[in-house]
Design a protein around this ligand. Structure first.
Ligand SMILES: CC(C)(COP(=O)(O)OP(=O)(O)OC[C@H]1O[C@@H](n2cnc3c(N)ncnc32)[C@H](O)[C@@H]1OP(=O)(O)O)[C@@H](O)C(=O)NCCC(=O)NCCS
Length: 179
């Protein structure tokens, strides 16, 4: 699958990450426990952790096993504020994930980014299913998915671990959009 190198929406540039982004990713959200609460990776306690995480991501991007994009507002020089990813687990489905620095929550940023990727993904002939999972208590993430036209397929009990909350698996909601 060939993924676009970037997307531009009304307010945002989505571009491929580079190793030079590590410090900003670390400072702006990867080290913030408020942001990582419901994610499936531990809050980064050093920029080295962010570098390793970024290295893996860039390798995955290069192999076209999916594509992660850094999110940058177009109207300022603030630089990256978050990230959105398309994972490609089989040849008919794309799975989504996203994260945003907490100062930028509630401005419609992730909804705008996700809607652009969803439009592109559904225009690919061989893609029939888009999906995403979120912790059952992550109201913000569930709402973003609803706004992008995803439907709740149900509750997957004890289906994933949020290591920043507990080592015990937690209930997650499964959302999809199909054609
Ligand atoms: C969840 C998250 C991605 C939302 O991003 P965002 O850019 O703030 O979301 P938007 O501004 O596009 O909001 C979309 C909708 O969700 C609602 N929403 C956002 N955060 C919310 C929250 N914490 N609780 C309830 N609703 C919330 C908004 O009000 C909006 O709905 P509305 O238009 O009906 O008012 C962001 O809070 C985040 O990065 N959280 C931490 C990482 C994370 O949990 N990622 C998802 C893992 S599955």
């Amino acid at each position: 699958m060939i993924f676009p190198k970037f997307f531009e929406t009304e307010r945002l540039l989505l571009r491929q990450p580079e190793m030079e982004d590590a410090l900003r990713i670390y400072d702006r959200y990867a080290s913030d426990p408020k942001v990582t609460k419901y994610l499936n990776w531990l809050t980064h306690n050093s920029v080295k952790k962010t570098e390793v995480y970024l290295e893996r991501m860039i390798e995955k991007n290069r192999d076209n096993r999916g594509q992660s994009y850094v999110i940058e507002p177009l109207d300022s020089s603030i630089g990256l504020v978050g990230m959105i990813a398309m994972h490609y687990p089989n040849n008919f489905e794309i799975k989504f994930g996203y994260v945003l620095m907490s100062e930028k929550w509630g401005q419609g940023i992730i909804s705008e980014a996700l809607i652009a990727l969803v439009k592109w993904a559904l225009a690919q002939d061989h893609i029939y299913r888009l999906s995403a999972m979120c912790d059952a208590e992550n109201r913000g993430s569930a709402r973003v998915l609803e706004k992008a036209g995803f439907e709740n397929e149900g509750l997957m009990r004890k289906s994933d671990i949020c290591p920043n909350l507990s080592s015990v698996p937690r209930d997650h909601l499964l959302f999809s959009k199909v054609k």
